[in-house]
Design a protein around this ligand. Sequence first.
Ligand SMILES: Cc1ncc(COP(=O)(O)O)c(C=O)c1O
Length: 359
Amino acid sequence: MARPRLPPAAAIAPYLERIDEARWYSNFGPLLTEFEARLGERFGPGAHVATAVNATQALALTLQAMDLPRGALCAMPSWTFVATAHAAIQAGLTPWFLDVDPATWMLDPERVREALPRAPGPVAVVMPVAPFGRPMDLGAWLDFRDATGLPVLIDAAAAFDTAADAALPSVVSLHATKVLGIGEGGFLATQDPALAKRVMQLTTYGFQGDRASRFVATNAKLSEYAAAVGLAALDAWPLDRLRWLRAAQMLRMAMADLPQVVFQPGWGSSWITSVCTVGLPEGVGAAVEAGFRSRGVDTRRWWGQGCHESPAFAGSPRDALPHTLELAGSTIGLPFAIDLDVEDARRIAAAMSETLRSL
Ligand SMILES: Cc1ncc(COP(=O)(O)O)c(C=O)c1O
């Protein structure tokens, strides 16, 4: 399904030598400081970055840093990876699953506003998700925040390429399977220095410059070794981004004569992510999955039937979710990799074409 490719040993080696030299291995050393600064540059002036061991922890700790009432609702799409809901629960909140817009696959601020009066309890925060890294309209969410007074935290886990605005706090994943991977890692980008600082302190026992824990926290720091991989990955990013785009274009071209297969708008031209999730005619998802399987090509329903279907969240309230269920039956993840070649693309397209023809 994916062939993650992180920086090779030779590209990481100069950074490892800096670690050897400094003998500083974790706890906000020079490499992590540089990595955070370089990540912050991507978000323009005034952005602050706090890294964590993964995006799930970055989300949970950011929610915790927002100091929200325990047990209150965290409105989120059901059309997301389970990490979004786990993070809310870890932060003492209750996920409230809402439906997504069928065209964009994400929460629509207007519809969330309409849904608020039927919330089954007090809503503390809204966590929209950038589906598979698709760019979001932050302006609309800023308006939502200003109109409702509710804080908004963006789960931009797969959106390393497109998350470039820290006007709203956004969390990005650096997992090996993401478009810029370091193994495990994630970060918060925000224009609120106090929020970034609080998250940083939450990753290190609630320390504030001395040995006293000032609040209940955890250890979720990134080590210097992770930062070394991150710096090497950032060095490679301008070329790697083109490689990802080239792979995406190849897949798009190979399926150009299959109008039933709908790519996310702009995927592979104006933005890129590490997965290829396509829309298909309503309800054919399972048949396409089986067709691919019989041709020896794997597929993934990355988000299953929606997050609300996971037994772990059986007790979490949900709104009506017709579009989520529709997407579960009509979208599918195709194999994709930075070094996808013409033969791979041809094979995937052939599996799709033969399967659709047989339906
Ligand atoms: C929407 C979403 N949120 C959160 C995460 C969690 O990221 P991580 O694996 O870095 O914890 C993922 C991971 O794929 C994701 O897709």
